[in-house]
Design a protein around this ligand. Structure first.
Ligand code: COA
Length: 336
């Protein structure tokens, strides 16, 4: 039977380190407030004034993942690109990345599922592989948030949370009877909560799409968030979907060696850990260094955990779990 196996991972982190202290120089905030509420100490943003899009960070992460997988660009037969911050309104960043890889006809798909983007991508890749539609798939989660944030005190509740970055994973269909690779995927969405975290403009539903008066008065091209609603939903949905994913796989938490929750807020992940009674060393967090990199957060975390040899031994079983804008949430169990 065909299994979806991870062959390589890579990450790209932009060069401009932005500490909490740096943010206090541009808005009314403190290192203490940010760390206490979110756990974040620093994040990386693309250098000011440089034109670097999600597909550029995605390219760097992809080349590293492909090197590890020993793939040439021509080996890729499908690209899945998850981002909420595409380089341009359209076409999708997957097409832009495909061109940057020197490819001319390889199909490319963009996934717009925000913090759950990597999970939707991996589940989609798994379906393409198991149905025989593709064999070698490049999955990328990449975000450039920093060019779209309100960096004044007005936007401080959101701006302090987000960092730029990219993670890439090469997955391949392998014939084996072993119980390895993607074991189970669970995906959910509830569009009734779309306005809890969104960027409204440009909006095709508006006559002018990007009305200049709205930009001046309401700044509706910046993200808006009901932080408390998102927080409460996250600490409810993450445990729920963890139980659902484990049940679907016929496993228990004891069978899981490491959990990779989306990196939205360390407090959310601590609540989740306490509710689920998860051992401290069974959960991987790196939000302290990178902030919330949305679709990139789980592939970056996986790359780091693999490099630190925390996971990756044959038989290691991991759970990816995420909740975010959409609202969307999901869980995936993967065995090395
Ligand atoms: N620095 C200093 N003060 C800030 C601040 C900042 N960066 N951002 C907000 N504040 C202020 C608020 O203005 C408010 O002041 P007031 O009491 O005078 O009105 C006070 O801090 C409390 O704000 P509140 O929004 O109630 O804080 P909170 O405890 O809910 O924490 C978040 C805010 C955003 C950290 C929290 O709601 C959160 O993490 N939510 C989930 C967000 C998330 O994960 N989003 C991504 C999902 S994938």
């Amino acid at each position: 039977m065909k299994k979806t196996i991870i062959k390589g991972t890579g990450k790209a982190i932009p060069s401009q380190l932005v500490t909490n202290e740096d943010l206090t120089e541009i808005m009314d905030t403190t290192d203490e407030w940010i760390q206490k509420r979110t756990g974040i100490k620093q994040r990386y943003w693309i250098p000011k004034g440089e034109e670097i899009g999600a597909s550029d960070l995605g390219l760097e992460a992809s080349l590293k993942a492909m090197k590890e997988a020993k793939w040439e660009p021509k080996d890729i037969d499908f690209i899945i690109f998850a981002t909420l911050s595409p380089d341009i309104f359209f076409p999708g960043s997957g097409c832009l990345l495909q061109h940057k890889l020197g490819l001319t006809s390889t199909p490319a798909l963009d996934i717009r599922q925000q913090c759950t983007g990597f999970l939707y991508s991996l589940a989609t890749a798994d379906s393409y592989i198991k149905s025989g539609l593709a064999k070698k798939i490049l999955i990328v989660g990449a975000e450039v948030h920093s060019t779209g944030l309100d960096k004044t005190t007005k936007g401080r509740d959101i701006t302090v949370l987000f960092g730029d970055g990219a993670g890439a994973v090469c997955v391949e269909g392998v014939e084996t009877n072993e119980d390895i690779g993607v074991i189970t995927s669970v995906l959910h969405a509830d569009g009734s909560g779309a306005d809890a975290l969104m960027v409204e403009l440009p909006a095709s539903r508006l006559p002018q799409r990007l009305p200049l008066d709205m930009l001046k008065n309401d700044a509706r091209h910046f993200p808006s968030m009901n932080g408390q609603k998102v927080f409460k939903m996250a600490v409810k949905k993450l445990p729920q979907v963890t139980k659902e994913t484990l049940k679907k796989a016929g496993l228990t938490l004891d069978d899981i060696d490491m959990i990779f929750p989306h990196q939205a807020n360390l407090r959310i992940n601590e609540f989740y850990r306490e509710i689920m009674k998860i051992d401290k060393n069974k959960i991987f967090n790196n939000i302290q260094k990178y902030g919330n990199t949305t679709a990139a957060s789980i592939p970056i975390a996986l790359n780091e955990a693999l490099k630190q040899n925390l996971v990756g031994k044959k038989g290691d079983t991991v759970l990816f779990v995420a909740f975010g804008a959409g609202l969307t949430w999901g869980g995936i169990i993967y065995r090395f």
